[in-house]
Design a binder for this molecule. Structure first.
Ligand code: NI
Length: 327
């Protein structure tokens, strides 16, 4: 009675608000809150409350009431931060993870809002390194575009010289030359992916790009049992955007720092000279065992190995080179 006569002493009920905070109906929230001598009065008992002389009555605004709503837990996708692609080995230095948020959808307003973040997403980090193992004199020979009809001759030389190498194989070739693929693995060489069909990856749609990568890993696994997430992008072309589009599929993109230019077929002596004169500790040398006539590579390889052995080099796979570079 007192409240009604004095218009709630200027206080008012709360509002009925939407999930996004906008008012749906004014004063349809919780009623005013009355306190007598600092003690809150239950609104249901307001009319039965007697107030004695000298009492202090305070009336404050009622609180808002949020409309009825549905709550839902939703994934927040994580991104990829590419810090540096200026090294021979580009790799995932930290694997990211998705976040989670709670969303509210109002039954009256139809609005959906993020109520709160349960877990922040963590971005994947990509960076690069150029291996230079301290106190070593090592080199990694790598062969691309195989396996092919030339690979067995290369494997014979490597076996005879007790040299382990790394083969970046095409998924399609590994299916066609499954026996050779199996031999590479059996003889202790590292096998990694050079994608499925040797496309220029930055020019592909995201679906095509991802297929080029995943199908090659599947093909290598089916033909030789190898499980790898290591890749060499054809032409070395793999941009920051490509990492963002497919970095969840691979751990590493391995480039090279000695290019023999063997694909120009400059003659076995030129291939040998280019490789040996550019040799240095931690080098990754690019040759080919597929993608064309590789007879010059086969002719050059024994001389390359003997020259490097004379200079005191040890031959390592890319995996071994990386393991030596991490302290
Ligand atoms: Ni290639």
């Amino acid at each position: 009675m007192l409240l009604r006569n004095y218009d709630n002493f200027g206080a008012h009920s709360g509002n009925l608000v939407a999930v996004n905070g906008s008012i749906i109906q004014r004063y349809r929230g919780n009623p005013v809150q009355v306190r007598v001598n600092d003690t809150a009065v239950d609104n249901a008992r307001l009319n039965n409350t007697r107030v004695t002389d000298g009492s202090t009555i305070t009336v404050s605004n009622g609180s808002d009431v949020t409309e009825p709503h549905t709550t839902k837990t939703v994934t927040i996708a994580h991104g990829t931060d590419v810090h540096d692609l200026g090294g021979v080995i580009q790799y995932v230095s930290r694997r990211g993870s998705d976040g989670l948020k709670e969303e509210w959808t109002g039954h009256l307003s139809g609005q959906t809002v993020t109520h709160h973040i349960i877990k922040q997403p963590i971005n994947t980090q990509v960076t690069a390194l150029t291996p230079r193992p301290a106190g070593k004199k090592v080199i990694a020979l790598t062969f691309d575009d195989g396996p092919s009809q030339y690979s067995d001759a290369i494997l014979d030389i490597l076996k005879q010289q007790h040299v382990k190498a790394t083969f970046f194989d095409l998924g399609a070739q590994s299916v066609q030359y499954a026996k050779v693929e199996q031999r590479m693995v059996k003889e202790g060489h590292q096998v990694a992916s050079h994608t499925t069909t040797h496309q220029y990856l930055p020019g592909l749609s995201t679906t095509e790009l991802r297929n080029e990568i995943t199908r090659s890993f599947t093909a290598l696994n089916r033909t030789s049992g190898v499980k790898t997430r290591v890749m060499r992008a054809p032409y070395g072309a793999f941009t920051a955007q490509d990492w963002q589009r497919s970095g969840d599929l691979i751990d590493m993109n391995v480039l090279w720092d000695i290019d023999t230019l063997d694909w120009k077929m400059p003659g076995a002596d030129a291939i040998r000279k280019t490789l040996v004169s550019n040799a240095h500790n931690g080098a990754i040398a690019l040759m080919h065992d597929g993608g064309g006539d590789r007879s010059q590579d086969i002719a050059a390889l024994p001389g390359i190995i003997s020259d490097l052995k004379k200079q005191g080099y040890q031959f390592v796979t890319v995996d071994q080179l990386i393991a030596m570079s991490q302290h």
